[in-house]
Write a new protein. Structure first.
Length: 387
């Protein structure tokens, strides 16, 4: 009987879990889809290259959406059992909360292991591959960032106007550049022809037959310099600096790399908070489905109003997810500012939501509403009588 019950309960969770996984992933992916489509339509990036980026982004999203979808699967799927009074029938047959927890816990363990694999192994490699791919695209298609007869501001503190783009797009005619990267100096550069130069380490323009008008803040007027050839380095730091080969952030490192970086920074007396937080993050998130299993069963088995419909499960899921990620945001901010240990900041939502889940589960075992829910109910009833 217990094997049949386990299969039945798991069967109630998996369909809404898959629907929720698709929906949550699509929501998180929506903004990125617009940017990926823009790469094809506006920047001329091949669709195959964009599809590769799409595939590399998914592991990062799935790491977040798997626990979210699992909680929805419990509250929606098992919530139907409660709404149809099937849980009462199970209780009459001697089936208690622990019997529900076993199949849900097994599904939670599978989801947790999937999340752990994504977090520890797949996501760091995928993040690094995404950055390398974007760097290659930015280098090969940097010329497509500049449009004809438009003031282009894609480079930080540099405004570029080109009269004509010569196919295939790496040569420009009639170039005007306003360079304000130096706060004490403003350069107005005019050139007849410009050639885009890009290699593994830099991107820039080689300007031919032009003039530089320089204005300094400490004196009035301009100084003028003519040139035959002038190389202008273009900084794409806001796009390329994090993407450059050999430059890895904590989210791109393996666990061994994180440990080595933490050890190296500690030896130098430098702060290793980002690396410590990333290490804990890779284990804290995969642990969430196990907590959500206890939380979901406790909520489903706690007596509720008979009028609670399907939307109640979705609303409850969103409320608890909001609570979890609000606690995560608070813990992360406090850890980054050094107010609490980095590990505690990442595990804070698991600890607090876990304690609440255990409390609710114990109350479900006693088949009674939590006292604070009774208090709210009694207060509302008293207010109703008073009015």
């Amino acid at each position: 009987m217990h094997r049949t019950l386990s299969a039945y309960v798991a069967g109630q969770i998996i369909p809404p879990f898959l629907v929720g996984l698709f929906a949550f992933t699509l929501v998180f992916l929506a903004g990125r889809i617009v940017r990926l489509v823009e790469l094809v339509v506006s920047r001329g990036v091949p669709a195959g290259q964009v599809a590769k980026l799409f595939g590399l982004i998914l592991p990062t999203l799935l790491e977040t959406t798997l626990p979210m979808a699992f909680l929805l699967g419990i509250l929606y799927g098992c919530g139907r059992l409660s709404r149809d009074n099937e849980t009462l029938a199970f209780k009459a047959c001697g089936v208690g909360p622990f019997h529900f927890l076993i199949p849900v816990g097994l599904v939670a363990l599978v989801v947790s292991l999937l999340s752990l694999g994504l977090s520890v192994f797949v996501r760091p490699a995928a993040n690094l591959a995404v950055k390398q791919e974007l760097y290659a695209i930015a280098q090969s298609r940097a010329g497509s960032l500049l449009k004809e007869q438009v003031f282009n501001d894609v480079f930080p503190d540099v405004l570029i106007y080109v009269d004509r783009v010569v196919p295939p797009g790496n040569t420009f005619q009639g170039v005007l550049i306003v360079d304000q990267r130096d706060r004490n100096t403003e350069n107005l550069i005019i050139a007849r022809v410009a050639l885009l130069l890009a290699d593994a380490n830099s991107i820039g323009l080689r300007l031919y037959d032009g003039m530089i008008h320089e204005r300094r803040t400490e004196r009035a007027g301009f100084s003028r310099t003519s040139f035959n050839v002038y190389n202008l380095h273009l900084e794409l730091d806001h796009l390329l600096s994090p993407l450059a080969p050999g430059r890895r952030g904590p989210e791109d490192m393996s666990l061994g790399g994180l440990r080595e970086t933490i050890r190296s920074k500690s030896a130098r007396g430098a702060s290793a908070i980002p690396e410590i937080m990333e290490t804990h993050r890779r284990f804290a998130f995969p642990f969430a489905p196990l907590i959500f299993a206890v939380l979901g069963i406790a909520i489903v088995l706690t007596p509720s109003r008979p009028s609670a419909g399907r939307a109640h499960g979705v609303a409850s899921c969103l409320a608890w997810l909001f609570t979890y990620y609000a606690l995560l945001s608070v813990g992360t901010a406090m850890a980054e500012n050094g107010k609490i240990p980095p590990g505690l900041g990442l595990w804070l939502p698991n600890i607090l939501v876990g304690l609440i889940s255990i409390y609710l589960f114990i109350r479900a075992l006693k088949e009674s509403r939590p006292p604070f829910r009774r208090t709210v109910r009694d207060t509302l009833q008293a207010l109703g009588r008073g009015s």
